[in-house]
Design a protein around this ligand. Structure first.
Ligand code: PEP
Ligand code: MN
Length: 262
C-alpha cells in the first residue's frame, strides 16, 4: 500500500495461500436480533430450505445504543443454537467481550467480530486461537490498510478468517453507512481470504439491500451477509434494513446469476 509516513504495512499472512475462498457462495443470514421462540420457529425452517452457510442471530450484539434485555441473552442463545443445529445448520454468534468467549463458544459454530470491535486486538488475538471460523467486519472508519492489519491478528492463529465489508460512516445522508464496493475488489486483488458484502448494514435501507448485495458480488465478493425478518417493519432492531424472510431465496438466486456473469 502506498504511504509516505508511519509504520510500513505488515500483514504477511494476508498473502498466504492457505486462506483460500471456497468456490461456493458463503451466505450468512438471519435476524438482526433473535427475539424469541416464535420468531425462531418462523426463521429457521426458511434458512434451512435456503441452505445458508451460517444462521446468524444477534444475541450478544453491539448496537449504537445500549439496550436493557441483556439478562435474557443466554436463554435466547441456547434456544437459537438448538433450533439451528436441529435444522442441520451452523450458528454464527457475535462476541463483543473477551470475557464472554467461553460462555458463547458451546453455541457458536463461528464467531462474528462486529464493526465496533474490529480493532479490539485482545479479542482478535484470543479468537484467532479458535479452530472455528471468525468473521471480521470492517470498522466504519477504517481504511483498507487498517482492516488488513486487524485481519492479520486473526491469520496468526488457527481460525478460519472471513472478512466482511459493512460500510463506512459518511457525509452522504441517503444511507446510514456507505458500502465500499471498491474495497471488496481491492481486497480480492490482495488476498485469498474470503470477503463478504453486508449490504444490510452497508446501506441501512431495505430498498438498497438487493442492488448493493449484487454490486458487492459483481466486485468479487465470495458471498453476503443479510438480515432477514418474518415481519421486517416490526423487527426489534434494524427494522429499516430488514429484508423479508420469504425473499431470501430471490436474493440467493440473483447472486448466483451475477456470479455466473462475472
Ligand atoms: C450485526 O451484524 O449484527 C452488526 C451489529 O453489525 P455491525 O457490527 O456491522 O454494525
Ligand atoms: Mn443489525
Amino acid at each position: 500500500m502506498r504511504r509516505t509516513w508511519g509504520p510500513a504495512p505488515c500483514y504477511p499472512n494476508i498473502f498466504n495461500r492457505k486462506f483460500a475462498a471456497p468456490g461456493k457462495t458463503i451466505v450468512i443470514a438471519g435476524p438482526c436480533s433473535v427475539e424469541g421462540e416464535e420468531q425462531i420457529a418462523k426463521i429457521v425452517p426458511v434458512l434451512k430450505d435456503c441452505g445458508v452457510t451460517f444462521a446468524r442471530g444477534g444475541v450478544f450484539r453491539a448496537g449504537t445504543y445500549p439496550r436493557d434485555n441483556f439478562g435474557l441473552q443466554e436463554t435466547i442463545l441456547k434456544q437459537w443454537a438448538f433450533a439451528v443445529r436441529e435444522a442441520g445448520l451452523r450458528t454464527i454468534v457475535e462476541v463483543i467481550d473477551i470475557r464472554e468467549i467461553d460462555k458463547i463458544e458451546p453455541y457458536a459454530d463461528a464467531f462474528q467480530v462486529g464493526a465496533r470491535h474490529c480493532q479490539d486486538y485482545a479479542l482478535l488475538r484470543e479468537l484467532s486461537w479458535s479452530h472455528k471460523t471468525v468473521t471480521l467486519k470492517r470498522g466504519m472508519g477504517m481504511t483498507l490498510d487498517e482492516f488488513l492489519g486487524a485481519a492479520e491478528y486473526l491469520t496468526r492463529g488457527r481460525c478460519t478468517p472471513i472478512l466482511i465489508e459493512r460500510g463506512s460512516a459518511t457525509h452522504m445522508n441517503h444511507v446510514r453507512w456507505d458500502l465500499s464496493v471498491s474495497l471488496i475488489a481491492a481486497v480480492k486483488g490482495m488476498t485469498g481470504i474470503p470477503i463478504l458484502v453486508d449490504a444490510s448494514h452497508g446501506t441501512g435501507r431495505r430498498d438498497l439491500v438487493l442492488p448493493m448485495t449484487l454490486a458487492g458480488i459483481a466486485a468479487g465478493a465470495d458471498g453476503f451477509l443479510i438480515e432477514v425478518h418474518p415481519d421486517p417493519d416490526n423487527s426489534l432492531s434494524d427494522a429499516d434494513q430488514a429484508w423479508p424472510l420469504e425473499g431470501l431465496k430471490t436474493v440467493m438466486d440473483r447472486v448466483e446469476a451475477v456470479k455466473r456473469a462475472r
